[in-house]
Design a protein around this ligand. Sequence first.
Ligand code: NI
Ligand code: MN
Length: 226
Amino acid sequence: MNVTFFGHSCFLVELEGAKLLFDPFITPNEAAAHIDVAAIQADYVLLTHGHADHVADAADILRRTGSTLIANFEVAAWFEKQGVTKVHAMNHGGCHRFPFGSVKMVNAVHSSSMPDGSYGGNPAGFIIESPEVRFYVSGDTALTLDMKLIKEFHALDWAALCIGDNFTMGARDAARCAQWIGVNRVLGLHYDTFPSICIDHDVAKRHFRAVDVNLLLPKIGERVIL
Ligand code: NI
Ligand code: MN
């Protein structure tokens, strides 16, 4: 499937004719200055947690496109207060069928507060399944044994995993995650945006190659096939 990377943890996929945008953080990202946020179309915006580096452009995009927000209960309620009307709240372990396929909210070991400091519920990852494709989006997380549960119930095609270390898994841990969840293609997220998460791309790719996984690190704005 086609995946467009917009920097940090933000990417867009098209599934059964629906455009799904994950964790939009584009305007404040200097490395994404060439991306025209106003041109991004979306039918659904999925947020893994409330941190600003995942939600910065969400309210604007939701209001402009009339898309539906999918997020945990607290994040969804916070955006409703910002005037976002189409929201679908979920919580951990829950799965819901949307027109494009199903979304399951799974654990992430991290924290979650909103940009104004208010409570952001618990951070999450998503498992998306359609007849066409099945994939996992880790959100910000440490490597956790919970990931081993994913393979018990889901046969995944690919995953989007944080690899930047410091705040989340580094590449070595993310490669282990890829092994546990049984994918051989990974889109790397949450790296190089800030000094504390700058990584050596060759070293990261080597960690994944060691477990026979192809790590994709597209340029910002680039479309890749996963
Ligand atoms: Ni975070
Ligand atoms: Mn983050």
